[in-house]
Design a binder for this molecule. Structure first.
Ligand code: ZN
Ligand code: ZN
Length: 467
């Protein structure tokens, strides 16, 4: 049967926007300070989940709330189970908005609100796709669940809880990234390097060193407090030269007997450290011209010699390239050092298949043997890859091509989407190659034409996969 999905979406545009606005009006940022047994990540995410399930009930679907952390809307019948994974939690609003982030506003055919593109808009598009298949009475022979999470932006508590009691789908996709498809996700590993710092009597001292907010972000700001046997003017001069030659800005001020030096670089996602400017490693490079000793010196030279500009971990012997999934990347995301106490560095790796977390940890400890550091493994996720010849991947790419005229091909990213929850799981839309990415930013929006086109693509793709 040939269905004109574009026309079907056309008839439901107003309803779709109304339901989406209902969800966008709910401030669903995770709030640990307001969390309870009833609302494990705070009242906002719970309210958004309930509102979505209510829409499903209104339209005659079977729904289930799983511990107020996740839920699903079910359609169809059959042994095989397809999952579509979206989320209704959002990242904090931040500053710089021109409109109220929880008052959805349409301007120039764009719908502005926190969550418009990540991920309430795309999840509602997938919902309307399923609703249209149902309303048209099309025959299907598989069961489909639209699975809604409330903690995607933080710890994935929602999916841990959901999969603890609910059946894992056999295959599926997450509408929470880009078209044409993301069928590969690198592994993620955080290693914490640390070292004790005994007190020394030397005149040149690194009293403290701090940079970075999170291991998966490139540090924008770095600060060191140092004792140096030179004048403020001399440090200012050295800093002026350094700023001339490097892509950072910097200031110094005197505080009692110490100098406080601040360096500003550029933040970026930790999965692409080459797109940022790591304030922490630049600050260590600047300081290395002074005569630091012992653990102060070791901490700074470790950063300067083994981490600065080392986006692919080459110097440490960690680089690894996979033909399909690309290069390993390394982001030194958080630095903390206190003289007489301890120094630490968090390294966030994104690695392709062909290498394991254990191997990386072993290689790193070998490479850093001279620095006498301890290495502690933190969070990790293995690489995820669904082969391009998987029948689902083929259907998704064919449908994308039909609606856009562009040939779709496989793609790997360094980030983790819900796609990795399933052996046969990928991410699929809702951003098009021409879309402006405003996820996690001020003035987040989704273009209405993109939203409606994604809805038609989801409808045809889902119908092809469950008929
Ligand atoms: Zn998302
Ligand atoms: Zn997000």
């Amino acid at each position: 049967m040939q269905i004109n999905w574009i026309k079907e979406v056309e008839k439901r545009k107003q309803d779709l926007l109304e339901d989406l606005n209902t969800l966008l009006r709910i401030d669903s940022v995770r709030r640990d300070d307001l969390a309870s047994d009833e609302a494990p990540v705070g009242p906002g995410p719970k309210e958004a989940l309930e509102a979505f399930l209510k829409i499903g009930e209104r339209d005659g679907f079977k729904t289930k709330n799983v511990g107020n952390l996740a839920g699903h809307i079910e359609f169809g019948q059959g042994e095989e189970l397809m999952g579509v994974f979206g989320h209704v939690d959002v990242v904090p609003v931040g500053t710089g908005w021109d409109t109220d982030p929880f008052t959805p506003t349409i301007k120039d055919n764009r719908l502005y609100a926190r969550g418009a593109s990540d991920d309430k808009g795309p999840t509602v598009a997938a919902y309307y796709a399923i609703k249209m298949i149902k309303e048209l009475g099309l025959p299907v022979n598989k069961t489909l669940r639209l699975i809604i999470g409330t903690d995607e932006e933080s710890g994935w508590k929602c999916m841990d809880r959901y999969l603890a009691t609910e059946r894992k789908p056999d295959f599926g996709f997450s509408p929470d990234a880009d078209f044409p498809i993301i069928n590969g996700e690198k592994g993620i590993l955080t290693l914490k390097v640390h070292k004790n710092s005994p007190v020394t009597q030397h005149a040149t001292k690194l009293l403290s060193f701090e940079a970075g907010l999170r291991e998966n972000m490139v540090p924008q700001d770095a600060r060191a407090i140092v004792s140096l046997p030179v004048s403020l003017e001399e440090v200012e001069e050295a800093l002026a030269v350094f700023v001339q030659e490097n892509p950072v800005s910097a200031t110094v001020r005197q505080e009692n007997e110490t100098f406080v030096i601040d360096v500003v670089g550029k933040a970026s996602h930790g999965m692409a450290p080459m797109n940022g400017i790591n304030a922490g490693t630049y600050l260590a490079v600047f300081l290395s011209q002074y005569d630091f000793r012992d653990s102060d010196n070791m901490y700074l030279s470790l950063i300067k010699d083994t981490l600065h500009g080392e986006y692919y971990g080459e110097y440490l012997g960690l680089s690894h390239n996979d033909d399909i999934m690309g290069e390993l990347t390394m982001n030194p995301g958080v630095f903390t050092y206190k003289h007489g106490e301890k120094g630490s560095i968090w390294l966030n790796f994104r690695y392709p298949k062909g290498v394991s977390a254990e191997q990386l940890e072993e290689k790193l400890s070998l490479a850093l043997a001279d620095y006498q550091v301890d290495i502690e493994a933190g969070k990790s996720q293995t690489p995820h890859y669904v082969p391009a010849d998987d029948p689902m991947v083929k259907v998704l790419l064919d449908v994308y091509e039909k609606y856009t005229g562009h040939k779709g091909s496989e793609r790997t990213i360094g980030g983790g989407t819900y796609g990795r929850l399933l052996d046969r799981g990928v991410a699929y839309g809702a951003m098009f190659p021409h879309s402006i990415d405003t996820m996690h930013q001020a003035n987040e929006f989704i273009d209405l034409d993109d939203l409606f086109k994604a809805t038609a693509i989801y409808a045809e793709a889902i119908y092809e996969l469950i008929k």
